[in-house]
Design a protein around this ligand. Structure first.
Ligand code: ZN
Length: 187
């Protein structure tokens, strides 16, 4: 245990190891540790063996149908992984600890054979929450027109690219394409 009950903690701080308590509200598990996902005070329930955080002004928790903003951390042929940073439209603090994925069948309405041309690591996406199986297992969709990549990171120089008609153009000269949202650049 790195902290005691009632301690104030901030996002990303280690609370305890995964073996000590069951992670509950506003916590998440990373590298075997339970960490804080918001600013709050530690609450321990010794009967239920849970650790959670209490906060005066909690960020809204994620719900099915929410639009979220996050960045792409990994792209596989069938699945793109997203670290979720915030819920769109809610002017609250950033949320942490939520991770989701976009399955190839939910990426776009058209038939696609691979996600490698749709998303690149570092891209910022807006996606709709379809299902929540756990804080690190959230099913996301980018098939609506106003979802998809809202900032594309250049694979050459890692700057964000500008949208020029249907093409993404970088100041380094790279031209590329993505599964672009109609809100491109609007974040
Ligand atoms: Zn570039």
């Amino acid at each position: 245990m790195n902290h005691k009950e009632n301690d104030l903690v901030s996002p990303g701080e280690i609370l305890c190891t995964y073996e000590e308590y069951i992670p509950s509200e506003w916590t998440y598990v990373e590298d075997g540790y339970i960490k804080a996902s918001i600013n709050g005070r530690i609450v321990i329930d010794n009967e239920e063996k849970t650790i959670s955080l209490s906060t005066i002004n909690p960020p809204s928790s994620l719900k099915v149908g929410n639009h979220v903003i996050g960045h792409i951390t990994e792209v596989k042929q069938n699945k793109a992984l997203v670290t979720i940073k915030m819920i769109k439209g809610l002017n609250r603090e950033l949320i942490m600890g939520y991770k989701g994925f976009i399955h190839i069948s939910k990426a776009n309405n058209e038939f696609i054979s691979s996600l490698h041309d749709m998303f690149k690591i570092g891209d910022i996406v807006e996606a709709k929450v379809l299902n929540i199986y756990g804080s690190e297992y959230i099913d996301l969709s980018t098939s609506d027109e106003d979802t998809g990549v809202i900032k594309a990171m250049c694979v050459n120089c890692r700057k964000f690219m500008k949208l020029d008609n249907d093409k993404l153009v970088c100041e380094c000269g790279k031209v590329d394409s993505r599964n672009i949202s109609s809100n491109y650049g609007g974040f």
